[in-house]
Design a protein around this ligand. Sequence first.
Ligand code: NDP
Length: 452
Amino acid sequence: MATYDYDLFTIGGGSGGVRASRFASQYGAKVALAEKSALGGTCVNLGCIPKKLMSYAAHFHDDFADAAGFGWQLGKTRFDWATLIANKNREIERLNGIYRTVLEQASVAVLDGHAHIEDAHTVVVNGRSITARFILIATGGRPTRPVFPGGEYGITSDDFFHMDALPARAVVTGGGYIAVELASILNGLGSKVTLIYRGSRILRTMDHDLGPFLAAEMAKKGIDVRFDTDIEAMHVDGAVKHLQLNTKPGSGGIDAECVLFATGRAANTVHLGLEKAGIAVRENGSIVVDAQFRTSIDSIYAIGDVIDRVALTPVALAEGMMVAANLFQQGERRLSYENIPTAVFSHPNVATVGMTELDARQKYGTIKIFKSEFKALKHTLSGSTERTFMKLVVDADSDRVVGVHMVGPDAGELVQGFAVALQCNATKAQFDATIGIHPTMAEEFVTMRTPV
Ligand code: NDP
């Protein structure tokens, strides 16, 4: 039998790669991992974690405004971008260190450098050839940029987290997760924000009620949300970027100090040696894998954003654990992609689990829809006009709740619990039999009685 330097060689030290390596090692495999940049990948360095910390920072804007109705008199408040970025960077460096410690404690060899695949069992890192029985590609993704004259003057989410200063005016383009999250952060911190989206419904892959509700709430918070709008060209005059839009001639453009593209992400497969190794990729560069995450080469696996299935950290973690178990615990386990809960940390938050109304109608034929829109108790005194939206999708035949959707504060915290209920095939009758916690927003999910 052939002998290799390692049982598993993982390329990429993000959420999926680290989790797979750690579990493989716990199952007795000899594991190495290569990372060319900071450990923790997009989530820790340029995504979930810094985004959520900055979202907390931006929320203080509303908190200060809400306080007066409860009797608090605040002095003049001032936001300091440099403090937030320095504190955020310090926390991320701490997490980078924790990732390294976790890998070292699990006896995973960490190699700092770019790795490329030479053949089915060989990778090259910093000029050194290393052999492995299995190779796992977990290289994640990177932001894409739209192409138009002057497009090089825009920034992406990668740059956002390291901007020198908060821009006075910002244009964010896109209508997905990153666009609404970063537009909300910039707005909360004090930029004058315009969100431009080429379509007519932001978050268009989610239930059709969520995007319009969120857009209206974002507009109430001061964001200029424009639909059916695209950038045609960008000219730079000193610090100011002038955008020419595809709107009516003569309607003018927009000026901003920052233009942020949130127009999607692509798989990180450049310079990986995929072609040489004979690994099949799709037209968009993402790697094709089977149900066990095996690529077109038997000994090479891939997980996470690089396979372009569901680009969420917890999904990459689940995929990583499954690969490790299948390779080193025997078996052909399959991951279920049903009922994956997800939250968008826009202001207000959006969270969802299960099916959209339209998908459920297509699958089940007859469905019942329960909706509620209300002003949260807090805002009876705060003076805020923010409203909350909740929706349940129920299969009429089985009475099973097949979709839970929400726009409102802490939606992710609420919907996580309801995801367990969906995982257990809970029925609407069981929702109805559940006693509410009063006074909360969450109780609305168990007190909606009349279908719309
Ligand atoms: P999305 O795919 O969610 O959204 C991309 C947006 O950009 C869409 O609205 C799309 O429009 C628009 N777009 C694409 N190309 C162009 C173009 N050339 N010009 C103008 N607009 C364009 O991508 P994101 O980058 O926001 O996020 C990527 C993924 O990362 C998400 O799908 C999610 O899985 C994950 N993520 C998760 C987060 C979370 O869990 N909270 C946070 C951030 C990201 P159209 O709708 O017309 O296609």
